[in-house]
Design a protein around this ligand. Structure first.
Ligand code: FES
Length: 570
């Protein structure tokens, strides 16, 4: 055990200060013995009725508390900014960094010896982990778990079907009534999205980083075993405080590599890249965009989960969960590194078993030899762009076509369904000004819907390029995170309708067939068209956010400030 608990810098004080620190806690009915050298564990809760995916977190927090008390700790639950993916406008991503600041300052400023992060809906995981990394006390993650698989007219459905239902409604294939019935059929239980979208990608990320107990990624939110995992996590965080196991002991470069390899094998979201880069930046781990491609180059796709595959996260749990996937990946992973439960990666999956080969394949017979992210380079995106080959149409992986350019999202909405839009299935749709600064906040609009007139011809995929992101539940031949974004006036900003674009995923290239001379000429007359905000957080964000290729964190948030607080409040 560490010589002195951090919390004793508050509760162990003598005189007036100690009186004030303890007395105002005692008004909650807390007995004096709780303040005598017990590890104080914060439960950082993102519960909110406006974050429906996390709406069950108050109940789940009770299980964590039970575990903390059982192990001799003193649990204190506190709220932080909660980011609900579906309701927040213009996009939850705009506030990821703000929420991370809330988390960082809340942990550091309070008498906490350790913290359990309660994460669920997409941004609630990276924002909490980023904030905690900048403080670096013992930390463990409990995820909220996925929803049960949706059921609609005898069919299994999940979030990836939203895009299919939308296309079906737009092409007149289903009625408005059926559309609304599908809504209720999909969101039929508590929990986050039931496919390998961003939330499950993030829950898998924390498990493969070694930041949660094994099994965390896939236990459904309503399964009683989710509560058991929460209680065990409560017990474990108290032990971690006694062992002084810090976040930096777990989050080594090798842990990041394990997360990248695992994410490739499960067909995780492209958002993984942006969030993991940001987390690495907070932790001081040197991680580059190119690492995602390099590390996943030989990793096959072995988890048959939507949107890249067929099944749902509930199915993954019954098939053995992430430990069974990681066991299959043993030849790729760093097996010897330590995780939050004090065990190595290999020890954690030693007893895992695969119960369904339709869901978890062996690496010899994968569902797809292609996995992970392809990092594309070329004169179209000087700092790179990202795509997910496993979610793309094979016939479009090598493609040349004429650009149909939309200068911003309004331009896209106004023109995409016009009957006289000059577009065919070989065109490349380009959407600008949806990047971090341009939108602002880099929304998930990159998998833009296809023109109605092509949908009615039965076209379901086209090459689409933007400086925005795509929902982890989205799919298609969609190129994202083009950097520098259009708002910064790089080459992506000067593409015009009619330019020829070449995509060659095998060679990782994305190029614009425009001469250097013409590019320079266009750049000279280029002017930004995005809205610039003149006050509040959004102004701060626009002035300081970094490009997607660096994780889109704000420049002044990189790194950490540790857990020391130099001044008392009284
Ligand atoms: Fe919350 Fe998908 S909307 S996880």
């Amino acid at each position: 055990m560490k010589e002195k608990l951090r919390s004793q810098g508050w509760f162990g004080k003598k005189g007036k200060d100690g009186f004030i620190y303890r007395s105002w806690m005692k008004n909650q009915g807390i007995p004096d013995y709780e303040f005598r050298d017990k590890p104080v564990i914060g439960i950082c809760n993102t519960w909110s009725e406006l974050t429906p995916c996390n709406a069950h977190f108050r109940e789940l927090a009770e299980s964590i508390k039970r575990g903390i008390s059982e192990a001799g700790g003193f649990p204190v639950e506190f709220p932080v900014m909660s980011l609900g993916e579906t309701l927040i406008k213009p996009t939850a991503m705009l506030y990821r960094n703000l929420a991370s600041m809330d988390v960082e300052e809340s942990i550091r400023a309070n008498p906490l010896d350790g913290v359990v992060l309660m994460c669920g809906c997409d941004k609630t995981t990276p924002s909490l982990v980023m904030g905690a990394c900048s403080v670096n006390i013992p930390t463990l993650v409990v995820s909220g778990g996925p929803m049960l698989t949706g059921k609609f007219k005898g069919r299994d459905i999940g979030t990836s079907d939203v895009w299919r239902f939308d296309q079906a409604a737009r092409s007149g294939e289903i009625t408005d009534e059926e559309f609304r019935e599908a809504e209720a059929s999909m969101g039929r239980s508590r929990g986050h999205c039931a496919v390998m979208g961003t939330a499950s990608t993030m829950a898998s990320m924390v498990e493969s980083l070694g930041l949660s107990l094994p099994g965390n990624a896939a236990i459904p939110a309503v399964d009683a075993r989710r509560k058991v995992l929460a209680q065990m996590s409560g017990i474990r965080i108290v032990e971690m405080v006694k062992e002084n196991m810090l976040l930096s002991d777990v989050l080594t470069r090798k842990a990041f590599e394990n997360a990248i390899i695992t994410n490739a094998a499960i067909g995780g979201s492209t958002n993984f890249i942006i969030h993991l880069l940001a987390i690495a930046g907070r932790m001081g781990v040197d991680l580059k965009l190119e690492d995602f491609d390099k590390l996943s180059a030989n990793v096959p796709f072995i988890a048959n989960l939507q949107p890249s595959g067929k099944y749902f996260i509930e199915d993954l749990y019954y098939a053995g969960g992430l430990p069974a996937v990681m066991k299959e990946l043993h030849q790729f992973l760093h097996k010897e590194i330590i995780t939050v439960n004090g065990k190595t990666v290999a020890e954690n999956y030693a007893n895992a078993e695969c119960y369904n080969r339709n869901i978890i394949a062996t690496t010899d017979k994968p569902f797809n030899p292609l996995s992970g992210a392809a990092i594309l380079k070329g004169n179209l995106c000087e700092n790179g762009a990202v795509m997910k080959p496993s979610a793309a149409s094979p016939h479009l992986l090598k493609h040349s076509g004429k650009a149909v350019v939309f200068e911003d999202i309004d331009d896209y909405k106004n023109r995409i369904d016009l009957p006289d839009l000059d577009v065919d299935e070989n065109s490349v749709l380009v959407l600008k000004n949806v990047g971090p600064i341009g939108y602002p906040g880099m929304p998930e609009v990159g998998n833009m819907g296809l023109p109605k007139k092509l949908l009615s011809k039965g076209i379901t995929d086209m090459v689409r390029i933007s400086d925005g992101r795509m929902s982890g539940t989205g799919f298609g031949t969609v190129i994202l995170h083009a950097s520098p974004e259009a708002a910064l006036g790089g080459n992506f900003a000067i593409i015009k309708t009619g330019d020829t674009i070449h995509l060659d995923v095998a060679n990782r290239s994305l190029t614009l067939e425009v001469s250097d001379e013409e590019i320079q000429k266009r750049k000279k007359s280029w002017k930004p068209i995005h809205k610039k905000y003149d006050r509040g957080y959004v102004k701060l964000y626009q002035e300081h956010v970094q490009q997607a290729s660096l994780g889109a964190d704000m420049d002044f948030l990189i790194g950490g400030s540790g857990s020391e607080v130099s001044r008392d409040s009284h």
